[in-house]
Design a protein around this ligand. Structure first.
Ligand SMILES: CC1=C(/C=C/C(C)=C/C=C/C(C)=C/C=O)C(C)(C)CCC1
Length: 272
C-alpha cells in the first residue's frame, strides 16, 4: 500500500475555504444557541475573517498589492463616507445598504446571477424581513438615530425579493444556490449581525478568495493581500476594543467601519 506522507504542493489548498465555510456555519449555530453576546462577537469575527477578500488590487485580470497613492486615496474616501454617516446617519445607512447590495450582486464570486442577487438582497434585507425589531435596534444603535418604520419596510422588501430569488436559483440549480439557501436560513434563524457576518463570509468573501486563488495562485494572492489585511484587521480590532471599553462612541466606530468598507465596494473591477 502506498502511503501519502507529504501533502502535494500543487494540491487544491484553496479548498481550505470550504472547510472554513463549514466551520463558520457550525460556530454560528453554537453561538446562536449560546446566546448572550456570543452571536454579536462571532458576527464581528466572521466579518474580520473575510477582510482579505478585498485587500488586494484586482483589475483587468491582474492581482497586485495596492500602491501608496491608492492606499491614501482609499483612506480619504473612507473618511469622507464616515463623515457622511455622522452628518446624515439615515442617508449614510441607506447608501451603505444600497452599495452593499450592489457589491454582493456584482462581485465575481463564480456564482450564477440569481444566486448572487439572492445573497445581495438577503444580506441587506433578510434580517429586516424576519427579525424586524432586533434589526431596527441594531440599526438605531449603530447610527445613534431613530429609524422610521417605512425605512425598515423598504429594506424588508429587498428581503422578500431575496427569498423569491433563492427559490428560482434552486429550481434552476444555479451555481451558488446552496450559499443562497444558507443566506435565507441565516437571516431567518440568526441574530442580525451574526446572520450578515455569516453571509458575508460564506456567500461572498470565501467564494471570491477561492476564485482568486484558483486564478492567480496562492502565492500571488497572499503576497497582494497579507499586509493590507493585517492593517485592516488591526484597525478593526482597535475599533472593537475601544468601543467595548467605552473609549469610543459606537456610532463613531460604526461610521469608520462602514466608511472604510465603502471604497472597496466602489473600486472593485469597475471596468466590467
Ligand atoms: C443588514 C444588517 C447589517 C448589514 C451589513 C452589511 C450590508 C455589510 C456589508 C459589508 C460589505 C459589502 C463588505 C464588503 O465587502 C449590519 C450592519 C451588520 C447590522 C445588522 C443588519
Amino acid at each position: 500500500m502506498q502511503r501519502i506522507t507529504r501533502i502535494r504542493k500543487a494540491g487544491p489548498w484553496h479548498d481550505a475555504g470550504a472547510l472554513l465555510a463549514w466551520a463558520a456555519l457550525i460556530l454560528a449555530a453554537i453561538a446562536q444557541i449560546s446566546g448572550g453576546i456570543a452571536p454579536l462577537v462571532l458576527g464581528l469575527v466572521l466579518f474580520a475573517a473575510g477582510l482579505s477578500h478585498g485587500a488586494g488590487d484586482e483589475q483587468r485580470g491582474l492581482m497586485k498589492r495596492f500602491g501608496l497613492i491608492q492606499a491614501a486615496a482609499y483612506l480619504v474616501v473612507g473618511a469622507a463616507v464616515a463623515g457622511l454617516f455622522l452628518a446624515e446617519p439615515l442617508a449614510g445607512l441607506a447608501l451603505f445598504l444600497a452599495l452593499s447590495a450592489w457589491h454582493f450582486a456584482r462581485s465575481d464570486c463564480a456564482m450564477g446571477p440569481l444566486a448572487r442577487g439572492a445573497i445581495a438582497a438577503l444580506a441587506t434585507g433578510g434580517s429586516a424581513l424576519f427579525r424586524p425589531r432586533e434589526t431596527t435596534e441594531v440599526f438605531e444603535a449603530v447610527i445613534a438615530h431613530s429609524v422610521p418604520g417605512i425605512f425598515m419596510d423598504l429594506v424588508a422588501l429587498a428581503g422578500i425579493a431575496g427569498c423569491v430569488l433563492v427559490v428560482i436559483s434552486l429550481v434552476r440549480n444555479e451555481r451558488g444556490c446552496g450559499e443562497a439557501l444558507i443566506a435565507l436560513a441565516a437571516t431567518a434563524l440568526l441574530s442580525p449581525v451574526l446572520a450578515v457576518g455569516l453571509i458575508f463570509l460564506v456567500g461572498h468573501a470565501i467564494p471570491i478568495q477561492r476564485r482568486q486563488i484558483a486564478a492567480y495562485g496562492q502565492r500571488t494572492v497572499w503576497k497582494a493581500v497579507a499586509l493590507p489585511t493585517l492593517i485592516a484587521f488591526a484597525g478593526g480590532a482597535g475599533l472593537a476594543v475601544l468601543t467595548a471599553t467605552c473609549r469610543l462612541e459606537l456610532e463613531l466606530a460604526a461610521a469608520l467601519a462602514f466608511g472604510l468598507a465603502t471604497p472597496h465596494m466602489l473600486t472593485e473591477r469597475l471596468e466590467r
